[in-house]
Design a protein around this ligand. Structure first.
Ligand code: FAD
Ligand code: SF4
Length: 463
């Protein structure tokens, strides 16, 4: 009989006070005993609602049963056959709205902690070198190019390599991983975990060409005509930040969250000897309420600042994962809710000095279904800050499409694509943030996996 415990098995965290002084991982992970105990809560439901909530279709009850029985190697075999990046998705996927959101145990108690168990299994296998063992696959002689090495590109490349394709990933940055490397901070997703997943792909024969900005160094047309690729997958993400268009946004000390996080995560600006340092601020306002805002706020805190999240709606509408909000609050980040910036002011040297905000109240729901925030007249107030980090969302960067005439785009600037590929060219496929503009890691992985199937069908249909 399954473990009838109604609450999840606890997972330890780094102490909130100590952790704001370091960039080490906050969540400490399960022990084998804790993972087995938690997995044993699974009821092995016949209709498997958890699986329908997983964009990459992991056979969740099967891998949980193996863990409950203490067969962790068997669990890893099941998990890794369905999911190319289990150590990543176990850490950062929004499980609460996906697999765990559908778990039957969540009706009368807490859902099974599927993400925590997934992370445990992936780490267990890595520490024992099991993840390094890669079965060689003989080449089928067909070449596919992948633009971007984020979760969409990595998953697409991995799936194609398993089918025997010769895959080359072209990455603009000097490090592979996309947002996993440049966006999500070390304390949520250690970069060693991302490196391990990238190295696994290389062992499978995937070539990764770094510092290759497609659209500048080579165009998509050249990938086909000069380099001999038969299909191209665009997984170039959504790295173009948005601003509010309020006075003062060009002052020194106003960052996009993307720039701030890239400096800290990719360029390691938190280290004393970093080649591209970042200013250590006294008081920082982070504008926005998503995961990106939480990451920027928690990084600023670790660099010694007093940090305020400025968000125009209420706590109920915060788009960030509940766990991220909880961790941010534990770390002493102040939430100025129902508050919206109207201008940023600077000193005579052009350095940010303050931010003026207005109080908001919620009206009727808007097109997004969320209650519309409305300014309360006369409620403006000034907050002294020396940095403002704008975290208002991003759009796809159109650079990779440069030099490729006729590529259709959506109103949001994404590549127009359906599950069978781009609507403009049968040999081009797009997925992840490049095709949706608002994905998550797991949705990007699902899109990469589906695209690999479509690419395989397309190439087979031509030959
Ligand atoms: P990306 O990860 O953006 O990767 C795209 C890659 O393409 C990049 O490496 C980029 O350098 C490269 N590229 C772009 N243009 C070119 C070009 N012209 N030539 C070559 N290469 C190019 N989602 C979650 O599920 N959970 C979270 O906790 C979470 N936290 C997040 C925190 C932050 C700070 C951010 C920014 C996003 C977060 N997300 C989270 C969202 C998630 O990371 C993205 O949805 C996901 O990374 C999209 O994957 P992708 O592969 O489509 O794009
Ligand atoms: Fe197990 Fe929950 Fe999935 Fe049922 S829904 S099989 S209890 S993980």
């Amino acid at each position: 009989m399954a473990n009838t415990q109604n609450v999840r098995t606890l997972m330890g965290d780094q102490d909130p006070v100590n952790r704001t002084t370091n960039f080490k991982e906050v969540a400490l992970g399960y022990s084998t005993g804790a993972a087995m105990n938690e997995a044993d809560r699974c009821l092995n439901c016949k209709n498997k609602p958890c699986v329908s909530g997983c964009p990459v279709g992991i056979p969740i009850p099967d891998f949980l049963r193996k863990v409950a029985d203490g067969d962790i190697a068997g669990a890893y075999e099941i998990l890794s056959a369905a999911n190319a990046l289990p150590a990543v998705s176990g850490r950062v996927c929004p499980q609460e709205t996906q697999c765990e959101g559908k778990c039957v145990r969540g009706i009368k108690g807490e859902p099974i902690a599927i993400g925590r168990i997934e992370r445990f299994v992936a780490d267990w296998a890595a520490y024992r070198g099991i993840t390094d063992k890669v079965e060689p696959v003989s080449s089928n002689g067909h070449k596919v190019a992948v633009i971007g090495s984020g979760p969409a590109g990595l998953t697409c490349a991995g799936e194609l390599a398993r089918m025997g394709y010769e895959v080359t990933i072209f990455e603009a940055f000097h490090v592979a991983g996309g947002v996993l490397s440049y966006g999500i901070p070390e304390f949520r997703l250690p970069k060693a975990v991302v490196k391990r997943e990238v190295e696994k792909l290389e062992k499978m024969g995937v070539k990764i060409e770094l510092n290759m900005v497609i659209g500048k160094v080579l165009t998509i047309t050249e990938l086909f005509e000069q380099e001999g690729f038969e299909a191209v997958f665009i997984g170039s993400g959504a790295g173009l930040p948005m601003f509010m268009k309020i006075p003062g946004e060009s002052l020194i000390g106003v960052y996009s969250a993307n720039e701030y996080l890239t400096r800290i995560n990719l360029m390691k600006a938190y280290k004393a000897d970093a080649p591209t340092p970042v200013l250590r601020n006294k008081k920082v306002a982070v504008v926005g309420g998503g995961n990106v805002a939480m990451d920027a706020a928690r990084c600023a805190k670790r660099l010694g600042a007093d940090v305020h999240i400025v968000y125009r709606r209420s706590e109920a509408e915060l788009p960030a994962r509940a766990e991220e909000v909880h961790h941010a609050k534990q770390e002493g980040i102040v939430f100025d809710l129902l508050t919206n910036p109207v201008s940023i002011e600077g000193d005579e040297k052009g350095q940010v000095q303050s931010i003026t905000c207005i109080k908001m109240e919620l009206g009727e729901p808007d097109a997004s279904g969320r209650r519309r925030p409305m300014a309360v007249p006369g409620s403006e107030f000034k907050m002294e800050v020396d940095a403002v980090i704008m975290s208002l969302g991003t759009q796809p960067n159109p650079m990779s499409y440069e030099g490729t005439p006729g590529l259709e785009k959506t109103k949001k600037g994404c590549v127009a694509a359906d599950e069978k590929g781009c609507t403009s060219c049968p040999a081009i496929f797009a997925g992840g943030d490049a095709a949706t503009g608002a994905a998550t890691v797991i949705l990007a992985m699902g899109a990469g996996k589906n695209a690999a199937k479509s690419i395989d069908e397309y190439i087979k249909s031509k030959n």
